[in-house]
Write a protein of this length. Structure first.
Length: 334
């Protein structure tokens, strides 16, 4: 997962202070826990101009990750895993580019609109300065203006797409800048991590461990699912792979048409069973079936072919009407 070299031919940014820790020293320190990494989302399609009203902006009007951005996020996740950096809380702004940066790197995220607010608020400062859980580091995936306006020593242009400021809480709602991961650092360290993983066969071991624990895996969402009409399908897949029961219950309540024959508890029982039996999915493709449902082709981490069929409301808000699984050669689970 070597970072793309072209990524580093970006606009010249402000030079970080000499007193900060180097990237190598940051990784050593972060193995102890106690730090927060404020990470600007990875590379995006800069040709898209989006409104600031994120709450009403559909995916196709947002500035989303490019293939390079996806690769860079994955490479950072590999790097942290190879160096034994413990990651606890992972939070992001609600934009797709920030959420997916976190998901591709760490397989999970909780989003909050606080990290999309342009002007700092006491609530935002408290969130940034919150102490990590003992023995872990926090990851906050957000936007450049949040980092610039909350971290003393960070000036506009100092943190480009994919770069990160590492801080530690000092007192109240304040933080101290400890170091900065620049893209050149990610490239060098990521190449080392890739070589280490390849030499030890780490990818296969990680897959087995993730399947056994029910851990989330990053998703590549097919273009067919990027429309407003099919956004609920993409969101279901993200929530399912997160392994978060509370998020799934919320999704059922908000994005699935109520069925008098199936209570929320029954749906959650099916979800729990599928999470154990199927585990996180790798998405292969999506197509519209003959009956109009959306068929998502996938496989489990152990290679079992799985098809998930989704019925969708014909009008907004385009909630799901049915969800059914075809696992291997077996019957359907609904």
């Amino acid at each position: 997962m070597m970072l793309v070299h072209a990524l580093f031919a970006t606009a010249i940014a402000a030079t970080p202070p000499d007193s900060l820790l180097s990237a190598d020293s940051l990784l050593v320190e972060m193995r102890k826990g106690g730090y927060t990494m404020l990470w600007r989302h990875t590379a995006t399609d800069r040709s898209v101009r989006e409104p600031m009203d994120y709450a009403n902006t559909p995916r196709f009007q947002q500035r989303n990750l490019t293939d390079r951005g996806v690769a860079d996020a994955k490479a950072v996740g590999v790097l942290f895993k190879s160096r034994g950096v413990p990651i606890g809380e992972v939070i992001s702004s609600p934009m797709y580019r920030t959420r997916e940066t976190a998901e591709y790197a760490f397989g999970r995220v909780t989003d909050t609109p606080i990290l999309r607010q342009v002007d700092p608020t006491p609530e935002q400062r408290r969130l940034i300065a919150a102490a990590p859980a003992a023995g872990t580091n926090r990851v906050v995936v957000t936007h450049h203006f949040v980092i610039e306006r909350n971290v003393p020593g960070i000036k506009p242009g100092m943190v480009d797409e994919g770069e990160a400021a590492v801080v530690r809480p000092v007192r109240g709602d304040s933080v101290q800048l400890v170091g900065i991961f620049k893209m050149a650092d990610w490239q060098r360290l990521g190449a080392q991590a890739t070589q280490q993983t390849s030499s030890t066969g780490g990818h296969a071991a990680d897959a087995r461990q993730a399947h056994a624990s029910g851990a989330a895996v990053p998703l590549v969402i097919p273009k067919l699912l990027e429309s407003v009409q099919r956004a609920s399908v993409a969101e279901y897949l993200r929530v399912f792979n997160s392994g978060d029961a509370a998020r799934m219950r919320q999704f059922y309540d908000s994005s699935v048409v109520p069925n008098p024959e199936r209570s929320s508890e029954q749906r959650m029982e099916t979800y729990d069973r599928l999470k154990t039996e199927v585990g996180p999915l790798r998405i292969l493709s999506a197509e519209v079936a003959e009956d109009g449902r959306v068929a998502v082709k996938a496989e489990t981490l152990t290679g079992t072919p799985t098809t998930v069929l989704f019925g969708i409301e014909p009008q907004a808000p385009y909630r799901l009407t049915t969800i059914s699984y075809q696992i291997g050669g077996g019957g359907a689970h609904r």
